[in-house]
Design a binder for this molecule. Sequence first.
Ligand SMILES: *Cc1c(COP(=O)(O)O)cnc(C)c1O
Length: 388
Amino acid sequence: MDSNEIFSDDKKYIASTYARFNIAVKEGKGSVITDYDGKKYIDCATGIGVNIFGINDEVWKEAVISQINSIQHVCNLYYALPQVRLAKLLTEKSGAKKVFFGNSGAEANECAIKVARKYSYMKYGEGRKEIITMKNSFHGRTIATLAATGQDAFHNYFAPFPEGFRYAEPTMEGVIGQYTDKTCAVMLEVVQGESGVNNLSPEFLSRLEKFCKQRDILLIIDEVQTGNGRTGYMYSYQAFGLNPDIVTTAKGLGGGLPIGACLLFDKCENTFTYGDHGSTFGGNPVACAGAVSIVERITPELLLEVQGKGAYFKQRLSMIKNVKSVSGMGLMIGIECGKQPAEVAKACLEKGLIVLTAHNKVRLLPPLNIKKDEIDEALSILNEVIGK
Ligand SMILES: *Cc1c(COP(=O)(O)O)cnc(C)c1O
């Protein structure tokens, strides 16, 4: 099969929900991807922040294959070691008390929404059920997480949505304007990924935390994209010394396999009881074994490396002609350059570089272990495409 045959069969048989780039990915190693025509690319997308230690990573592969050789699925009516190991690691890295595993970011956020509402119900009774989310947020594609997503464009066609979400500008005035005696939680991304790699203000974040604590409003931080070392911290909130009540994560966690986690801190560690929530595939042993091999390697040394690479990228990018601003944290980077992001991405692809877009920005999510010469090659292609 060559790429063109794949393109045409895809158009024929796959539901047309994705505007795909002209590349059929066959295989790869580290930060290099090869397509079905044998063309090679530097990967600054990692499948939207998923292949966090690159492609075909030996450590991850060994962990996954060894688990497959034991058993591929254990239902959640029984105990299994990989899930327990991963949950223990995640609590150590975050300070959370307990973990619920699902299969995606959206599911992790669904879980967070349920926990926040039940926490409030058990303490204050019915009615205190509203969750404030931020304008330009993105929390997933299920009906509830779409409702939580603060972008009108996502609210076409699929009504009715569940009630109980209010959208605030990410400022104290914005949140106070949406706050009522029915508010049970605030949910946010520290760096808004899908809407353009927008960093929220650290001052807002710390004032918001105090505001929430004083009113027993749960602070939910969506680390689906920012988590797992991506921003140069295990979780991006740790850069600002925040103390969330619930943290959700997915994308990079599994190193390539589907997994999502909802981390429950002190207040809500025992909110869920038997029967409150569940998932057939949640905490799959193969996904968990792979994830353990990922999380174990997110060490303080690695995080410093990610911060260093991020700073280098940012500095070099800001020197490119036409670049107006560079946003993000660590190896989650947004580039504003006055050109159509999709056009930039297309031109980069032709020259052998895979990048993403996010609203008005070109977005880079390279592997955390990308090499210096690969970064330089990516920068040189970006310079050719953006700087002209
Ligand atoms: C990708 C993403 C989600 C949704 O994750 P899925 O695994 O696609 O369900 C939720 N929140 C944020 C911040 C994301 O970037």
